[in-house]
Ligand binder design. Structure first.
Ligand SMILES: [Zn+2]
Length: 54
């Protein structure tokens, strides 16, 4: 099942969306995006809370 993380759900004014069947990959990509684009280091548990069905 494909899940997604929407950056806007983290309170960012940002249209970044990442989709994957692997939750670990989702978390990895979302964390990398947060650091590179927003300079925010997100807690892994917080990132997992943002995962929802695509
Ligand atoms: Zn973003």
């Amino acid at each position: 099942m494909v899940h997604q993380i929407v950056c806007e759900d983290a309170g960012m004014d940002c249209s970044f969306v990442v989709k994957s069947e692997s939750d670990d990959e989702l978390v990895e990509m979302a964390k990398r995006h947060g650091e590179r684009r927003h300079g925010v280091e997100m807690d892994e548990n917080d990132v997992r809370d943002l995962i929802k069905p695509a």
